[in-house]
Write a protein that binds this ligand. Structure first.
Ligand code: SDX
Length: 371
């Protein structure tokens, strides 16, 4: 066995880049984009402006904001041929599979062959359209074309449900919360892909495939499934006990970096609490009980709710089906993925780590005894 190298399982504690995009304080539970706390941004900014901030590193002036808003609104429509291809997809395809595939196909419509801001804007504008079109195609409803006069979030909910939602501002804030989070698994995967100097569509296809997994962005869908299975507050303790006894992970809990409450989960919980006072917000009482019980069971183990624990309750309130939840995460995180790829490539070096070989070395083909 090679002994020159150490394995850092899951790359825990390893830094792979120097970045000025975001800062995560896992002890204090703080998340900062380009110097601004997420609490400040959700209060004062919007998704388009935050996207500009994350991409360019500073808040836009009026002209710069107009530019990004106009680019994002003009590039929303999909080529007719892609819409026709989507109509041929199996109706039971998972929305993340559809998104991953359509992003890849969109690459065939791009002239460029490397990672550019133009491609980042193009995909940021089109991803909401892919999600909404798939929602309508899957459910045998006519697609609703994007409107250039609407804001990014407003237009997405309009394409999904055919009306201007009174909650589009709240939805917009959830996108800000999900836009960036350092070198998480999907950002790392996309940065590895970017380091080969491939194109943005390949980079984002990698990222979507990575985000889809249940240990990453796919957790939000599973959290809602858990609430559905629990059904009533009275069943919470027995359900959680069974998960723990069977050594199953409790979806929406734990984090590699946050060893305290995830600040995004804190914000989402507050919003839902406010909504709950005036509206029927399904599963909130179950969620509160799950949180209370899991914190009690895992006392002193630093396992807290993460961003995926409360986001689904909100999406469910917006009438978004649970299998679409992770696509909403992707619709926001495209900003972080592209920002990191572009930043890394400015001082690029291809990722090429090692694995330590621990298998045999001296077999001879002709002498080998097959079982
Ligand atoms: C996201 O990194 C990011 O920034 C990601 C993200 C982003 O914005 O991009 O924040 C988004 O992916 C949120 C995470 C969503 N995933 C889940 O909710 C799935 C459930 N959580 C976990 O499986 C887990 O906590 C991870 C994957 C989130 C973190 O994995 P780690 O850092 O490898 O931690 P671990 O699995 O090694 O856990 C350490 C210990 C273990 O116990 P021991 O073996 O030491 O006894 O804590 C236990 C784990 O069993 N543990 C859990 C648990 N999370 C950790 N036990 C039960 N349920 C859990 N959820």
């Amino acid at each position: 066995m090679d002994v020159d190298f150490d394995v850092k399982h899951g790359l825990e504690g390893v830094a792979v880049a120097i970045s000025s995009i975001s800062y995560v304080d896992g002890k204090k539970g703080e998340l900062v984009y380009r110097g601004f706390s997420i609490e400040d941004l959700i209060k004062n900014s919007n998704f388009e402006e935050t996207a500009y901030l994350i991409w360019f590193g500073s808040l836009p002036n009026e002209n710069e904001l107009d530019f990004i808003v106009s680019m994002l609104s003009k590039k929303r429509e999909l080529p007719e041929k892609i819409i026709n291809i989507m109509r041929l997809f199996p109706k039971n395809s998972h929305p993340m599979e559809v998104l991953r595939s359509v992003v890849s196909i969109l690459g065939m419509y791009s002239g460029e062959n490397n990672s550019t801001l133009e491609d980042a804007i193009n995909l940021t504008a089109k991803i909401p359209t892919v999600i909404a079109y798939w929602y309508r195609i899957k459910n045998n409803m006519p697609i609703i074309h994007p409107r250039e006069d609407l804001k990014h979030s407003e237009n997405f909910l309009y394409m999904m449900f055919g009306e201007i939602s009174q909650y589009s501002e709240l939805f917009d804030k959830t996108l800000i919360l999900h836009a960036e989070q350092g070198m998480n698994a999907s950002t790392f995967a996309s940065t590895v892909t970017a380091s080969t100097l491939t194109d943005t569509y390949s980079i984002i296809t990698t990222a979507i495939g990575t985000l889809k997994g249940p240990l990453h962005g796919g957790a939000n869908e599973r959290v809602l499934k858990m609430f559905e299975e629990i059904k009533s507050v009275d069943n919470v303790e027995s359900y959680i006990n069974a998960l723990i006894e069977n050594k199953n992970k409790i979806m929406g809990f734990g984090h590699r970096i946050y060893k305290t409450y995830d600040p995004r989960a804190k914000v989402l919980k507050e919003w839902i609490k406010e909504l709950f006072l005036k509206e029927n917000v399904e599963y909130f009482e179950i969620a509160l009980k799950v949180e209370e019980y899991v914190l009690k069971k895992f006392e002193n183990r630093k396992i807290y709710p993460n961003v995926d624990f409360y986001s689904g309750i909100l999406y469910n309130f917006f009438n978004i089906p649970k299998e679409f939840f992770t696509t909403i995460f992707a619709m926001a995180r495209i900003i972080g993925w592209t920002a990191h790829s572009m930043e890394y490539c400015k001082n690029n070096r291809i990722f090429r780590p090692r694995s330590i070989y621990n298998g045999p070395k001296n077999f001879k083909y002709k002498e080998y005894k097959r079982s």
